[in-house]
Design a protein. Structure first.
Length: 193
């Protein structure tokens, strides 16, 4: 497979799910994903890291490389610790991150993540809950990711997902910049300011 790669298996997911469950109305705090991104309108999200709005300037949002922890991330220390440790282990730089819920019978419609931000980053999915396994298609390849698995996939190709199970499907989705690209990516914006 060229569009998917299984990175880790047997990650204990219950502590992550318990942390989400401990937050009252966790999924109601941010509706930007379903309000603004039509292909993802059926998904709920808890942003952990987002783009740094002060860095937008005259760039399109999809071309902003700078990101920051959200105020909500303080409520999810297990997720934050996992992201920091994984970035250190991979020698990559954290980008945007979110916890995403795709309710039963819902889908993420086919799309390509466009822009300079996505072009240079690796996209990962940590499957926290998925009763039948998480079906995804990227390019001409399909996988069914299982709970406790961490996958890389190529989001620069046409991709889609659906929850054909009878329970919510919950993933942590996050991006990492290979450290060897840090100077190339960020020096352009440092020089411009």
């Amino acid at each position: 497979m060229k569009n998917f790669k299984l990175i880790k298996q047997h990650i204990s997911t219950q502590p992550f799910l318990d942390q989400i469950d401990s937050i009252e109305n966790a999924w109601a705090g941010s509706t930007g994903r379903q309000d603004k991104i039509m292909v993802q309108r059926e998904a709920l999200a808890i942003p952990l890291r987002g783009l740094r709005k002060s860095a937008i300037g005259n760039r399109k949002r999809r071309d902003v490389h700078e990101s920051r922890w959200t105020s909500a991330s303080k409520q999810y220390p297990l997720f934050v610790e996992f992201l920091k440790e994984f970035a250190k282990e991979r020698n990559e730089i954290l980008g945007r991150a979110k916890i995403v819920c795709l309710p039963a019978g819902k889908q993420v419609y086919p799309h390509i993540d466009r822009g300079e931000y996505y072009r240079v980053r690796n996209r990962y999915h940590l499957v926290l809950k998925s009763s039948l396994g998480s079906w995804m298609k990227t390019g001409d390849e399909e996988v069914r990711m299982q709970e406790g698995e961490l996958w890389w996939f190529d989001n620069n190709e046409m991709h889609e997902a659906r929850n054909d199970g009878d329970q919510d499907r919950i993933h942590m989705i996050f991006d990492m910049l290979p450290s060897e690209l840090e100077e190339e990516v960020f020096s352009v914006y440092t020089a411009a300011s």
